[in-house]
Design a protein around this ligand. Structure first.
Ligand code: ZN
Length: 194
């Protein structure tokens, strides 16, 4: 995909020393790529929504009728918020290495601070923050560039059609997302939409 200034400008850090607030960096081949500050912003926005959804799920149970893609199921009762939680976990698991995912899980899913992570994983403070930055940048890019349904921008994600069909349901059931959901204690979106 092509990154444009109109998209990156709003996401960039205005005092970034790399892009000076434009959000784009000129590569060696003469093409523009998103600055790391933009990728981290995207991750943080997506993560914020993930945390928010998880907290909300404890109290609210909202169902919305959505048009479903594919002929076999013309429509389905879906739960966008739960779907987003599942997607966030699944995409992260697929995109990160085992080592990165271990840190991601401790810090972002289980809420461990740097001290606890450092002790558990045997890394120092500097390495912890470097690794967190790398994870944020990696996932920020994946969340935006994911095809055909990116997790970002959130508006498009939440107003688009449901993507949980019979095929992805099978994948999710056996995947890490299911394990993560049990640990996080939020209900599986598949159990109810199946
Ligand atoms: Zn920047």
């Amino acid at each position: 995909m092509e990154w444009t200034r109109s998209e990156t400008l709003a996401l960039a850090m205005h005092n970034c020393t790399q892009c000076h607030g434009s959000g784009l960096r000129l590569g060696k081949t003469g093409t523009f790529s998103p600055c790391n500050c933009v990728l981290r912003s995207i991750f943080r926005i997506c993560y914020g929504r993930f945390v928010n959804n998880m907290q909300k799920e404890k109290y609210v149970s909202r169902v919305s009728l959505e048009a479903h893609q594919g002929r076999s199921r013309p429509s389905t009762w879906g739960r966008k918020e739960e779907e987003y939680i599942a997607d966030f976990c699944l995409v992260s698991r697929r995109s990160l290495s085992d080592e990165e995912y271990r840190l991601f899980r401790y810090h972002f899913l289980l809420g461990a601070d740097w001290k606890l992570c450092a002790r558990k994983l045997g890394i120092d403070r500097g390495n912890f923050f470097h690794a967190i930055y790398r994870i944020e940048q990696k996932l920020g890019r994946v969340f935006r560039e994911l095809k055909p349904y990116p997790l970002f921008p959130l508006d498009e994600y939440f107003h688009g059609p449901s993507r949980i069909g019979p095929q992805s349901a099978t994948t999710l059931h056996g995947g890490e997302a299911a394990t993560a959901s049990q640990k996080l204690r939020f209900p599986s979106p598949l159990a109810r939409s199946a």
